[in-house]
Write a protein that binds this ligand. Structure first.
Ligand code: DX5
Ligand code: ZN
Length: 217
């Protein structure tokens, strides 16, 4: 499959959120990336259920919801109700990760696991056969506009090898500092989904940037 583009609404203009959502609807993007932060697991707070429901009411593409929150199990049903299509939880927040993944699936969503830049890819060995996606953070989670961590290419390759070895169909998503200068190399390394926030919304023509990230030319 050709790689997917998931613009992160964290960098959208919240005073013109409807305009930005419609821009993504009409663009070559594939998913909406929706970052939920609790001020506990990460040192920032973003938005919650009512905003996500409103995004869902006009979005014509799947909502890829990235939970940067402690104890995500408590809210799985609420995120389903708000319109999440993919729900991704941090490995670092889930004591019973296998249970969390199955809870997400039982609620009818695609289940993802995400790891911070310092968490070894190999720690996912016993969960990759059970997830629909693996999200690799290429910055420390919590903020948009941070510098891409170069070691990510190697982590993608190692994850790709692990998925092949264990016969996992999970897609590999990369999040943080992705832009038109590193996108091609990320896809070459094995990324299936590129999340991009500031690289899309902080450019004069976001739809054009999405197109560049999609076509890689
Ligand atoms: C960071 C979030 C990202 C963020 C990416 O914690 O998970 O999704 O929006 O923003 P950029 O693309 O600007 O690094
Ligand atoms: Zn994210």
């Amino acid at each position: 499959m050709s790689h997917l583009i998931a613009p992160s609404l964290l960098s959208a203009d919240f005073l013109n959120l409807e305009r930005d959502i419609r821009m993504v609807n009409d663009s070559q993007a594939d998913w909406f990336h929706v970052d939920v932060m609790d001020g506990h697991f990460v040192p920032n707070i973003s938005f919650g259920f009512s905003i996500i429901s409103q995004i869902k009411s006009i979005a014509t593409k799947p909502l890829d919801v990235h939970l940067m929150i402690s104890d995500p199990d408590r809210y799985v049903a609420d995120f389903k109700k708000s319109g999440a299509d993919n729900l991704t939880v941090h490995y670092e927040t889930c004591i019973h990760l296998h249970r969390s993944i199955y809870s997400i699936k039982e609620h009818g969503m695609k289940a993802g696991v995400v790891i911070n830049p310092h968490t070894p890819v190999e720690n996912l060995r016993d969960i990759v056969a059970h997830v629909d996606l693996v999200l690799l953070m290429s910055v420390n989670p919590g903020f948009g506009g941070q510098k891409f961590i170069e070691g990510t290419y190697n982590r993608i390759s190692r994850l790709k090898d692990l998925l092949i070895q264990l016969n996992s169909q999970a897609v590999i998503e990369v999040d943080g500092g992705v832009d038109t200068t590193n996108a091609a190399r990320l896809v070459e390394a094995g990324a299936d989904v590129l999340v991009a926030g500031s690289a899309v919304f902080n450019t004069p023509n976001p739809a054009e940037t999405i197109k560049k990230l999609k076509l890689l030319s």
